[in-house]
Ligand binder design. Structure first.
Ligand SMILES: Nc1nc2c(ncn2[C@@H]2O[C@H](COP(=O)(O)OP(=O)(O)OP(=O)(O)O)[C@@H](O)[C@H]2O)c(=O)[nH]1
Ligand SMILES: [Mg+2]
Length: 350
């Protein structure tokens, strides 16, 4: 899912500005107009009405089409939306945009027929002013919704792009070396730095193992506290909903700024199967590594484990794809058979 490409949502004054400017430009660029003053005024006004309507409708439709439809989203994204946004307000805002879209069409229709019936040039000007007023007041009514949609867009931009693959999550305190591990495992170039909260969104990398791809997510460092900000909520959700395997990264050098005890407390909070990786081993004596009292794995062991664990999922996926393929083939064959039977029937009739 890609939430990064939703275009910004503008407010009503930008809508109005652009639409009426485009209308003026269109009128100026047209070279031929009827000689008769009233006819000319009508043609100009029709042109303006159409350009304004088309421009605003296009912009409103773009909002409706570029935000992902919430019902068709995978469960993870439905949950993340409900966690980080006011779902009711989001729905209401789409409803308001839809409403404005319908109203603009109606108002355009009304004014088009009014302009058709006018008898003098002066009235055209009056109608134009009225039309502007109607459109402006319509759009102003949805300003609060447009502004909420822009807020939602900015939040959605921070959502991770998660694919339906076997997924490994790297988790642990800030600054322990999660992004460094992601880069080593997958060859990505996620930012790493010697301070906490370098990663403020969820980084993804991929390991290709034969014909199989495994997704690795670097989940922002957490402090294990109970109150969560938006990114921490996303991190929790990724762990609950998406992770097939969690790698808990310990920095037992404590260079990260958090004690081993604190890191252990967080480790205990994780419900799922977790495997442990010790980072910054190059800074440690072998004795210290050996005496660490939790079972831990080397990078090679982790890769082997991922290969093994993801295989079952991969085979399941291949099976599903094969089933889907034979279903499509059967459907296609049935369609061809039906078409052939129809053809035979019609050739017999004639
Ligand atoms: N010597 C050494 N330094 C490491 C190792 N892994 C990470 N570091 C350093 O530790 C610091 C933190 O690493 P990051 O990978 O940014 O840590 P992070 O867990 O992603 O941090 P946040 O994104 O802030 O949560 C950086 O200065 C890294 O260079 C390692 O294996 N050895
Ligand atoms: Mg990081």
């Amino acid at each position: 899912m890609n939430f990064q490409k939703i275009p910004p949502v503008e407010l009503s004054d930008v809508f109005l500005d652009i639409a009426f400017r485009r209308a003026r430009e269109k009128v100026a660029s047209k070279s031929k107009y009827p000689k008769d003053a009233l006819q000319k005024a009508r043609v100009i006004e029709h042109l303006r009405l159409d350009v304004v309507k088309d421009n605003i409708i296009f912009r409103l439709e773009r909002i409706l089409n570029t935000f992902p439809g919430t019902i068709t989203l995978p469960p993870f994204y439905q949950k993340i939306i409900k966690l980080t946004l006011d779902y009711k307000r989001l729905k209401e805002s789409f409803g308001a945009v839809n409403w404005a879209h319908e109203r603009i069409r109606k108002v355009h229709g009304q004014y088009t027929s009014k302009v058709r019936k006018i008898k003098d040039v002066k009235t055209v000007k009056v109608l134009h002013k009225q039309f502007y007023g109607r459109v402006a007041s319509l759009l102003k009514q949805i300003d609060k919704n447009l502004s909420y949609l822009e807020e939602a867009r900015r939040t959605m931009k921070t959502y991770p792009d998660i694919k339906e693959l076997y997924t490994v999550c790297l988790y642990g305190f800030p600054n322990v070396g999660k992004s460094t591990l992601l880069n080593t495992m997958t060859g990505t170039k996620a930012k790493t730095a010697a301070y906490s909260f370098t990663t403020v969104t969820i980084n993804a990398g991929y390991i290709h193992m034969g014909d199989k791809t495994v997704q690795v997510l670097d989940v922002p460092g957490t402090l294990g506290r109970d109150k969560h900000n938006d990114i921490e909520k996303q991190a929790e959700l990724v762990l609950e909903e998406v992770a097939d395997l969690i790698i808990y990264v310990y920095d037992i050098t404590e260079n990260c700024g958090y004690s081993i005890e604190k890191q252990k407390e967080l480790r205990k909070k994780l419900g799922k199967d977790v495997i442990v990786y010790l980072s910054k081993k190059d800074l440690l004596e072998q004795d210290t590594i050996d005496s660490f009292d939790e079972k831990h794995h080397t990078l090679d062991q982790i890769k082997e484990l991922i290969d093994k664990e993801s295989e079952e999922r991969h085979q399941g996926l291949l099976k599903r794809l094969a089933l889907e393929k034979s279903r499509l083939e059967a459907e296609e064959k049935a369609e061809l058979d039906a078409a052939a039977a129809k053809e035979l029937e019609s050739s017999q009739e004639s």
